[in-house]
Write a protein that binds this ligand. Structure first.
Ligand code: HEM
Ligand code: MTE
Ligand code: MO
Length: 465
């Protein structure tokens, strides 16, 4: 057998672009696939996502690679092997509250490592209607709690009713499983565009703080009824608390109006399944709330307790965050009590392909993206412009797997001829069933926290020959 040079993972990681050569690993083999990048049937952008690292996490998502001819093709590009000492993982730091966080997919774009906040790259976001669990955006405010599923109990408190303490087995046995396909979006999605107008405080999300899954679990309504919830008049809320806490013991919390929790049409569930698998640790294992059509912040993960209360959750994230304000309000004048907590989100859309600044070939251009609105309001149309909003055409909405309440996004596509040498400004905007549209610019919706960023999405590209 031929002798190959040995490399460390750090050496492989230096080869991430065609200029530096594109290296990948598979098992303990190292490959230089630079000359294959342009030939890749899945496109050059996709293969580059794995550049400098292991192929396995990517190939696990795209099963076409599990065929013998793919491995044979790869073998032609072998240039080396990983050094034997590369196998052992680094020792964990026990002082670090985040040391127990789970491993993550290398494709995720990390906005903050501790706590972990990351979004899928746009090229993968609209690759499938349901976001693979490994790529689903993650928004953690605190370390991921370690939960032992056998001893886990959910506390349920209903005034005038009884307190329940439910094991996972009881939740599954006592309540029928309800499934709902729903998109979750963080209030801060597309914040980076807002901070370009004027600085805002918050994580700099691009367009990927949004993802879609099929969730399975018990209806919150059924659980509250089992706890003896009777007729309630006046204002009531359902407060959720997570098991995740900061150094002072403060836990993540949020609430929704009782009316939504009890509405059979609103389909609020306590989910133990995500896309047919048990919940991943980053997404709330073993149990989370899923509130379809509502800002992600209310879908509390690692659910510790559910309590019906005359007041909203006292949590910082309900009272002093996730609220919108007039563009003139600054950190000296802001009064968080003056604005209602965000629940249903406004209509949103974004272009996922091509990427800003891309050079696209002349001929037929395919523009792809997502569109979604809160409250179950179906997206009825997506308008796309190639000239900065002067003229428009209607995108084709990809068929949705199910009708009814539009808790999930619509993926869309537009094909248009483009001429060599042109400079285009691609723009998209969606319209929902209530004929709500998106604002043209960021200026009028700018707010100090950078939430609710849903202006027309603009993507400049140039056309080569
Ligand atoms: C398709 C090879 C990396 C995403 C394919 C196919 C081959 C291939 C041969 C066609 C398979 C068939 O239809 O029989 C490779 C090699 C890679 C690589 C050699 C690395 C050196 C990646 C990565 C991703 C990816 C990192 C994703 C991030 C895809 C997708 C398709 C595909 C989505 C399907 C395209 C379609 O159905 O039109 N790849 N691939 N590939 N690849 Fe890769
Ligand atoms: N629940 C707990 N317990 N802790 C959190 O930090 N983050 C919230 C919400 N639920 C959070 C939480 C926010 S702001 C969002 S946008 C969603 O979870 C993100 O869910 P995901 O990480 O599964 O995408
Ligand atoms: Mo969020």
């Amino acid at each position: 057998a031929p002798q190959y040079p040995r490399y460390t993972r750090a050496e492989v990681a230096q080869h991430r672009t065609p200029n530096d050569r594109v290296w990948v690993t598979h098992g303990s083999d190292v490959f230089d696939v630079t000359d294959f990048v342009e030939l890749h049937p899945g496109g050059p952008d996709k293969i580059l996502l794995a550049a400098g690292g292991a192929l396995e996490p990517f190939w696990a998502l795209y099963a076409v690679h599990g065929q013998p001819h793919v491995l044979e093709l790869l073998r032609e590009y072998k240039v080396g092997e990983l050094s034997p000492e590369e196998a052992a993982p680094p020792p964990a730091d026990t002082e670090d509250p985040f040391a127990g966080d789970p491993p993550r997919h290398p494709a995720l774009r990390v906005n903050s490592q501790k706590p972990f906040n990351a979004e899928p790259p746009p090229e993968l976001l609209t690759q499938s209607f349901l976001t693979p669990n490994e790529l689903f955006f993650t928004r953690n405010h605190l370390p991921v709690p370690s939960v032992e599923p056998g001893s886990y109990r959910l506390l349920v408190e209903v005034p005038g009713g009884r307190s329940l303490s439910l094991s996972l087995a009881e939740l599954r046995r006592r309540f029928p499983k309800h499934e709902v396909t729903a998109t979750l979006q963080c209030a801060g999605n597309r914040r980076s565009e807002m901070s370009r107008v004027r600085p805002v405080k918050g994580l700099s999300w691009d367009i990927g703080a949004i993802s879609t899954a099929r969730w399975g679990g018990a209806r919150l309504r059924d659980v509250l009824l089992a706890a003896g919830l009777g007729d309630k008049s006046g204002e009531w809320h359902v407060c959720f608390e997570g098991l995740d806490k900061d150094a002072s013991g403060t836990r993540y919390g949020a609430s929704i109006p009782l009316e939504r929790a009890m509405s059979p049409q609103a389909e609020v569930i306590l989910a133990y399944e995500m896309n047919g698998q048990e919940l991943p640790r980053d997404h709330g294992f073993p149990l989370r709330v899923v509130v379809p059509g509502v800002v992600g912040a209310r879908s509390v993960k690692w659910l510790r307790s559910v309590a019906v209360s005359p007041a909203e959750s006292p949590s910082h994230w309900q009272q002093n965050d996730y609220k919108g304000f007039c563009p003139s309000v600054d950190w000296d004048s802001v009064d968080f009590r003056a604005a209602p907590a965000i629940q249903e989100l406004p209509v949103q859309s974004a272009i996922t392909e091509p990427r800003p600044g891309a050079a696209v070939p002349a001929g037929e251009l395919t523009v792809k993206g997502y569109a979604w609105s809160g409250g179950g309001r179906e997206v009825i149309r997506v308008d796309v412009s190639l000239d900065g909003g002067r003229t428009w055409r209607e995108a084709e909405l990809c068929p949705r797997p199910e009708r009814g309440r539009a808790w999930a996004w619509a993926l869309w596509e537009l094909r248009a001829p483009v001429a060599a040498g042109a400079r285009l400004e691609l723009v998209c905007k969606a319209v929902d069933r209530s004929y709500n549209g998106q604002p043209e610019g960021v200026g009028g919706i700018w707010n100090l926290r950078g939430v609710l960023s849903n202006a027309w999405h603009r993507v400049p590209v140039t056309v080569t020959r």
